[in-house]
Design a protein around this ligand. Structure first.
Ligand code: SIN
Length: 278
């Protein structure tokens, strides 16, 4: 099958038409895998996947990851149902972040499948950490290359009661995870500015939060410049998969009167590699 791509912006993202993700042969899957490495985020429309089929598609990318703190569907613990009811705020993921940077082996990829969507709004934004890295000056890249960050799961972040109820009782006290600030992508070899929101990526190794904050704030603002982003609009049956090793994402909270339901799966990742480790 020849895949028909439509790019989503001048920087990242592509939509692939006329693909049934429940019926992919290995050649099609390999082409989709390569396309994700190239475009960072891929969108497929009009899918009709039950949780078994969604899980099956996810498992083609690697081991489905169980979130350390959030419980999933009873029959599929790897699928987290993200629900926002009419009248609630959508606080889940409504800030720029990369998934599971607070663990030593953050998710390789994340998949979202739209089950119910508002008539307008509820889009998700994505930003390329490759482009953020490449746009830094030589001097800044040289300085950041030796730095490491501390990230920690923020249990206190405001959530709707519905999503807070998914935070399991069994959670262990969160330990900070340490990662290189410039990450080398294990498959493409490209360099990415590897940061998340500053409630999660709290400080730089060997520095206080107060000392780190101005630089981290600057880098997050830099990484989310509009020219490094694309925007995904959801319809029921849309599925997106993105490379969490080189992208930030953020859910928009702009549909106060409507319900939205998404199924989310993450794929297990590996220990991060920095420029001085490679
Ligand atoms: C997430 O951050 O994983 C959720 C994004 C969304 O709901 O659009």
């Amino acid at each position: 099958m020849t895949l028909a791509f439509q790019v989503l912006s001048g920087t990242i993202g592509a939509e692939i038409a006329d693909v049934d993700l429940a019926r992919l042969n290995s050649g099609d899957f390999a082409a989709i895998h390569d396309a994700m490495l190239e475009h960072g985020i891929l969108v497929f429309r009009d899918q009709n996947l039950d949780p078994d089929q969604l899980h099956e598609f996810a498992a083609r990318w690697g081991e489905v990851h169980l979130h350390p703190y959030l419980s999933g569907l009873p029959e599929h613990p790897g699928i987290i149902e993200i629900v926002k009811e009419a009248g609630e705020r959508n606080r889940f993921g409504a800030h720029w972040h990369t998934d599971q940077i607070f663990t030593p082996t953050p998710a390789m990829a994340t998949m979202l499948y739209a089950r119910e969507v508002p008539p307008a709004g509820g889009d998700t934004l994505f930003a390329s950490l490759y482009h953020a890295h490449d746009a830094l000056s030589d001097g800044m890249r040289a300085m950041l290359g030796g730095l490491r960050t501390y990230s920690i799961y923020n249990k206190e972040r405001p959530r709707s009661r519905r999503m807070a109820n998914k935070v399991t009782e069994r959670e262990k006290p969160a330990e900070p995870a340490i990662h290189p600030l410039i990450r080398v992508h294990p498959e493409t070899g490209r360099r990415a500015l590897y940061i998340s929101d500053t409630q999660t990526t709290r400080c730089l190794h060997g520095m206080t939060e107060a000392e780190s904050r101005p630089l981290l704030d600057y880098l997050l603002a830099h990484a989310t410049r509009p020219e490094f982003t694309c925007r995904v609009r959801w319809d029921v049956g849309s599925l997106a998969i993105w490379d969490n090793r080189c992208l930030l994402h953020m859910a928009l909270d702009d549909y106060p009167d409507h319900r939205r339901v998404m199924h989310r799966i993450t794929i297990k990742g590996e220990a991060t590699i920095g420029v001085s480790d490679s």
